[in-house]
Design a protein around this ligand. Structure first.
Ligand code: GDP
Length: 616
């Protein structure tokens, strides 16, 4: 099997044998499959014109190139396929209901609320939750478990609707990116006094991309300047045509604050679900679903909110959720009440996992703890590899080596800690999506670590080691972490709103690019008299006409509208006999322009500063 030497190295060649490699594999992984030295593959690739190291994750093209060269058929296995194979090896599948059509039973729709910031998403979710609190319990304490269910009477039947309690498309899309299709219907909130805004369109695009039907909640109709008809008209441009205009989208006028027509909105959700979707699941199988969010609770350990998609979850079940596993010790609903069984579309908070899974991870019930543990272990090993391969997100790989050599590459390393895994992931995704613009060769953004819980000394140590900034999303440093950060000068940034974090980091990133300067005019002064001062030179006795004249600022001299000298400096500035740092409009002063002496009466001294220009 030994090959003719390529570039002086011996590499075993295939006979078109199939090699299955995970996405993001390195040359070492390749070498291991064919029993070769990784270094020899580095050499082979070098001769094919590509410089990569043995452990660096390479793209599919490179793997294919190497495959062709060495006569192997390369199959790159996606993480999804890999996971499917992993489950199959335990005789399990995820995502399909077991049994036949007759085993399927109607299930409640799962709804996500999206829309532009401040249009009332949060308020609406609150209002909906409250409509459902019966009688005496009104205003009762509900807990945030990432989702809640409400019951409404519809056509004489008690119908449930599940609302995902994290509004906005960031979380929605972060989940979808992980293959978790949890949402059946999107409620698009548009404030009637504000109309369609950029994030309205974004949300709409995300919903369309996910092929999820939309119900439009035209909110704030209690406001005087509310114009619900305009919202309808604006949205027709984006393909959402209201029923009353002959389309098939339901628009429901509501006020989240004044509690107007919340019932009508719920009705609209059910009508849309019944008309557009066939929501059914098999309740009589081992439960499967999605982790909505998860966090580490000091007292209770890992707490995960699970949305059951099919089957029924019971206390005592063995579950594997992403790379976490455990046995369901207790289940709680959104009111903090214990639950014994949870059927399709039911969100429950589950205690008993041994670690914190990620938002958007799938969960499934398996026969015994041992299987759950094995699947979880295999997944975490894979996750570690994948993270190593992808944690470096280079904004442009082109000319990277040159840029490195020239010292042009700068990294912004980040460590993200948050209260729930959903927000950590949403934040990470959003940050990695920041468009750094034209100068993208110059900066690369790396999230070197992320996790749920307080900022620990460990995080600070990592930050020190890799020169990282720590992002705390709704979390604070614990114990000695703050001290250590202060001592070592580690920058910790706290945020409670994803949007804000993105904005600031984007600005920081842009600031890291080479600064651009722009000229800002400070003021002008008219020369009234020229004084000759021995050993110093000419001083312009002037009257400040606009703005101010500041010592040490840049200056130019204008004569009859023409610049006669530029790039001068206000080297001395006096009010009468005294030195002044600045002199304002309407006052007289003496200006010395250093060694520049060609100053005439009626000249204008224009002063300016160079300021760093904020990047657009
Ligand atoms: P979100 O950013 O979309 O989650 O918006 P919020 O739910 O935080 O609401 C933004 C602001 O609009 C808050 O001050 C709310 O009190 C207000 N608001 C929300 N719904 C209504 C409404 O129906 N009528 C009026 N007048 N104000 C509302």
């Amino acid at each position: 099997m030994s090959a003719p030497a390529i570039g002086g190295v011996q590499v075993p060649r295939g006979n078109g044998d199939v090699l299955r490699l995970p996405r993001g594999a390195s040359l070492s992984d390749f070498a291991e499959k064919i029993n070769a030295e990784p270094a020899s593959l580095v050499t082979v690739l070098f001769h094919l014109g590509e410089m990569v190291t043995a452990t660096q994750s390479v793209n599919e093209e490179t793997l294919q190139l190497l495959g062709v060269e060495l006569n192997y058929t390369i199959q790159v296995v996606s993480p999804e396929d890999e996971d499917r194979e992993l489950l199959e090896s335990f005789d399990l599948t995820f995502g399909e209901d077991e049994g036949e059509d007759e085993h399927l039973v109607a299930r409640p729709p799962v709804v996500t609320v999206m829309g532009h910031v401040d249009h009332g998403k949060t308020r609406l979710l609150d209002a909906i939750r409250k409509t459902n609190v019966m009688g005496d319990e009104a205003g009762g304490i509900t807990q945030h478990i990432g989702a809640y269910q409400v019951h409404v009477e519809h056509d004489g039947l008690d119908r449930a609707i599940t609302f995902i309690d994290t509004p906005g498309h960031e979380a929605f899309t972060a989940m979808r990116a992980r293959g978790a299709a949890t949402t059946d219907i999107v409620v698009l909130v548009v404030a009637a006094d504000d109309g369609v805004m950029p994030q309205t369109i974004e949300a709409l695009n995300h919903a369309h991309a996910a092929e999820v039907p939309i119900v439009v909640a035209v909110n704030k109709i209690d406001k005087e300047d509310a114009n619900p008809a305009k919202v309808r008209q604006q949205l027709t441009e984006y393909g959402l045509v209201a029923e009353e205009y002959g389309g098939d989208t339901l628009f429901v006028d509501v006020s989240a604050r004044s509690n107007i027509n919340i019932d009508g909105l719920l009705e609209g959700v059910l009508l849309t679900a019944d008309a557009a979707l066939d929501l059914r699941a098999n309740p009589d199988q081992d439960a499967q679903g999605i982790v909505i969010e998860a966090r580490l609770d000091r007292g209770r350990g890992p707490v995960a909110s699970l949305l059951v998609q099919r089957g029924t979850l019971n206390v005592g079940d063995s579950v594997v959720a992403g790379d976490a596993f455990g046995r369901v010790r207790a289940m709680l609903d959104e009111n903090g009440d214990p639950v014994d069984v949870a059927g399709p579309s039911r969100p429950v908070q589950v205690l008993g996992l041994t670690s914190v899974p990620g938002a958007g991870d799938s969960f499934l019930v398996v026969e015994e703890d041992r299987i759950a543990r094995q699947i979880a272990d295999r997944r975490s090993a894979r996750e570690r590899n994948a993270q190593l391969a992808s944690s470096r997100r280079r904004i442009s790989l082109d000319d990277l080596d040159k840029a490195l050599a020239a010292g042009e590459v700068q990294d912004l390393n980040l460590i993200i800690k948050g209260d729930v895994s959903g927000s950590v992931e949403a934040l990470e995704d959003a940050l990695l999506a920041i468009d750094i613009g034209e100068d993208k060769d110059e900066v690369s953004l790396r999230v070197i670590s992320r996790g749920v819980g307080a900022i620990t000394e460990n995080d600070i140590n990592l930050a020190i080691a890799s020169d990282a900034v720590v992002i705390g999303f709704n979390v604070r440093p614990e114990g000695k972490a703050r001290e250590a950060a202060d001592r070592e000068g580690v920058d910790i940034r706290y945020y409670t709103v994803i949007y804000q974090a993105i904005e600031e980091i984007e600005a920081a990133l842009k600031g890291m690019l080479k600064p651009e300067f722009e000229e800002v005019q400070l003021g002008t002064a008219e020369v009234r008299e020229v004084f000759r001062v021995p050993r110093i030179g000419n001083i312009a006795g002037s009257m400040v006409r606009t703005g101010l004249i500041r010592r040490n600022s840049k200056a130019r001299l204008v004569r009859d509208g023409t610049v006669v000298a530029d790039n001068l400096t206000v080297e001395s500035l006096k009010r009468f006999k005294d030195d002044a740092t600045e002199v304002r409009e309407g006052f007289e002063c003496g200006i010395g322009l250093g060694s520049y002496n060609d100053i005439k009466i009626d000249d204008v001294v224009e002063t300016y500063e160079l300021r760093e220009k904020p990047r657009a």
